[in-house]
Design a protein around this ligand. Structure first.
Ligand code: C2E
Ligand code: MG
Ligand code: MG
Ligand code: MG
Length: 288
């Protein structure tokens, strides 16, 4: 097969070529087939309101199960797909999958939650990005309000005027926006105010700091929460793994959380099952 011959080609590379360069080539080559052969999937990680632990939404996270190499983490293959440009096609596919999930949820009478999708730098810099996304979403019959798009702080700060314009365009089309991995890059606070951002996601590193360096950790997260409050944005803590972290976030009045403590990212079927449980619970609560 083409795949087999592709593998053989790689086997004859110069021994001087380092393994990471080789791996990059293999991944880039195999990614092409991954989409066609259904090796990619989207998992969904729930987000919760900290005050009452109710469901506030979910984030779509790309998964690749390679037939020989097993599960490959997104942090390994997404940079490869960005360099090769494959991320554009893969990104479109993720949006379609999320549309399909939203249609399925609606058809099953499950909670009409909003689902967040991560955008890579290459996607975010596409001139026609918003139109491109909106075409996919509208052909699927999904309301833009059901989707949020996440860009990392470092991407947002690359060209702040352009970022501001693109976010405005997303908003004009009806989509919400979030700043991901907040606190890890350099933010110009003045510009942050210009962005019509719905949500700030506090990077996991600060959440871990709540356990490790209690006083400094609290001060840092508290600063981010207060900043978000002042700018009228929601704050979501990422990567919450312990009860202690959750309690400290609650004491700081952080709005929402996401993390292994309450739920790992779930494959589509498991996520629907999880939502049925949530729906069942609220139905039960409505009973006299
Ligand atoms: P992210 O958007 O910041 O996503 C959060 C990451 O943290 C996810 O890793 C998630 O599985 C992980 N996580 C969630 N809760 C916990 C926790 O309690 N502890 C720990 N240790 N980790 C937790 P994942 O799925 O490996 O994704 C990594 C990154 O890859 C994402 O970071 C995002 O930047 C990127 N990514 C994932 N899916 C997509 C996609 O569809 N498109 C693009 N462009 N990027 C994606
Ligand atoms: Mg994200
Ligand atoms: Mg993040
Ligand atoms: Mg991250």
């Amino acid at each position: 097969s083409a795949k087999q011959s592709g593998r053989n080609t790689f086997r004859h590379f110069e021994p001087s070529m380092n393994t990471s360069a080789l791996k990059t080539l293999i991944l880039q080559h195999d990614l092409q087939r991954a989409l066609e052969e259904g090796q990619l999937s989207v998992s969904f990680q729930p987000k919760f309101r900290i005050a009452d632990r109710s469901l506030s939404g979910a984030e779509a996270l790309l998964r690749w199960h390679h037939p020989d190499l097993g599960d490959i983490p997104p942090l390994e293959f997404i940079p490869v797909a960005e360099r090769s440009g494959q991320i554009i096609q893969i990104g479109d596919w993720v949006i379609k999958e999320v549309c399909r999930m939203i249609s399925d949820l609606d058809a099953s009478g499950l909670p009409a939650i909003q689902i967040a999708i991560n955008l890579s730098p290459i996607q975010f810099n596409l001139r026609d990005l918003v139109e491109r996304i909106d075409d996919i979403v509208r052909s699927a019959g999904i309301a833009p309000e059901r989707m949020m798009f996440e860009i990392t702080e470092s991407v947002a700060m690359q060209n702040m005027d352009k970022t501001s314009a693109t976010i405005q365009k997303f908003r004009a089309f009806g989509y919400d926006m979030a700043i991901d991995d907040f606190g890890t890059g350099y933010s110009s606070l003045a510009y942050l105010q210009q962005f019509s951002i719905k949500q700030i996601k506090v990077d996991r590193i600060f959440v871990q700091g709540l356990d490790v360096h209690e006083r400094e950790g609290l001060a840092l997260v508290s600063t981010i929460v207060n900043l978000a409050r002042a700018l009228d944005m929601d704050v979501v803590a990422e990567g919450v793994e312990t009860e202690t972290q959750m309690e400290r976030l609650a004491s700081l009045d952080c709005d929402q959380m996401q993390g292994f403590l309450l739920s790992k990212p779930l494959p589509a079927a498991a996520f629907q099952q999880f939502l049925s449980g949530v729906a069942g619970l609220s139905h039960h609560e409505l009973q006299p």
